[in-house]
Design a protein around this ligand. Structure first.
Ligand code: SF4
Length: 297
């Protein structure tokens, strides 16, 4: 199998066959991320993909799920993704779903008709790093898209009937402005509670509109080599305390109005692991987070 540089995949894809169809990330500019800083973006030639599928057919013939690498493999045009899906289904007869990381920008070059064709070919459940529904924070994070674009582009997926998952970052706003010199002061209210609530409310409101089938929350991590890491090192950005991360997560859970949505807060960066189905397990997850707060304060 061809694998270039460090290979990343969502934790919930741990059973999937990892198939490299791109290398690096076409955006490669988010303020907190250095995952692909030293790996240039590159599209794998089809011969290489076919060779890997032949190997997978020999070694892992029972494969039911494939995860396409790397940082935003959904950037490939629909025609190329359809070609890959066709080759994958031929090589792996038990294959059910082909997933990948995706950016909002990746959907722009696809029509609803394209997305329906991709879904029919088995490509589904792309994972979007939306990170937040707060427009100013999204801009600060240099995600390369706006909240409005997220609404518009992911609305196309919904129209096409394609399920998708979304990542959110707890604590992405950093500590409240009275303790965080790098943060903009929100008009009229600088209290830590209002600061956290504003972020949670914006995230929940966007999720309630987008209707993802899975929400994966991580806690802000600034990788060495990223602009945010530099800002933290220079004292221009202060991270939230763990207690505030839990507060934000509780508020988020309280404000999510989704039906049959998986909520996963199980990343190693999350102070307290919680997982469940919304709305069924909301109260149990909130209780677990509340119970853990005294030990963190
Ligand atoms: S967070 Fe995702 S989209 Fe942003 S630079 Fe990293 S891999 Fe690319």
């Amino acid at each position: 199998m061809h694998y270039t540089g460090t290979v990343w995949r969502p934790p919930f894809e741990f059973r999937s066959l990892l198939l490299q169809v791109t290398t690096g990330c076409s955006h490669n500019g988010c303020s907190f991320c250095s995952m692909y800083r030293t790996t240039p973006f590159h599209v794998s030639p089809m011969e290489e993909v076919r060779a890997d599928l032949e190997e997978a057919a020999r070694r892992f013939p029972e494969t039911e799920r494939v995860f396409l690498l790397s940082g935003d493999a959904f950037v490939l045009p629909a025609e190329k993704l359809l070609k890959i899906a066709e080759a994958a289904r031929k090589a792996l007869p038990k294959l059910k779903t082909i997933s990948c990381y995706a950016s909002v920008q990746n959907v722009k070059n696809k029509t609803v008709r394209d997305l329906k064709a991709l879904r029919a070919a088995g490509i589904s459940e792309p994972n979007f790093g939306i990170e937040t529904g707060l427009p100013s924070l999204l801009k600060d994070m240099n995600k390369g898209f706006t909240v409005e674009e997220a609404r518009e582009q992911l609305g196309k997926l919904r129209e096409a009937g394609m399920d998708f998952s979304v990542n959110l970052i707890l604590g992405a706003r950093g500590a409240a402005p009275d303790t965080n010199p790098g943060a903009d002061m929100p008009e009229g209210n600088a209290s830590a509670d209002a600061w956290i609530r504003e972020k949670a409310a914006a995230d929940a409101a966007l999720m309630n509109e987008l209707l993802p089938s899975l929400i994966f929350v991580t806690t802000l991590h600034h990788a060495p080599g990223s602009p945010l890491h530099e800002a933290v090192r220079k004292g221009q950005f202060r991270k939230c305390e763990k207690e505030d991360i839990l507060r934000e997560e509780i508020l988020l859970l309280e404000m999510l109005e989704l039906k049959n949505c998986i909520f996963l807060g199980i990343h190693t960066s999350d102070p307290v692991p919680v997982a469940g189905m919304l709305p069924r397990d909301r109260d149990a997850m909130i209780s677990k987070l509340r119970d853990a707060m005294p030990a963190l304060s």
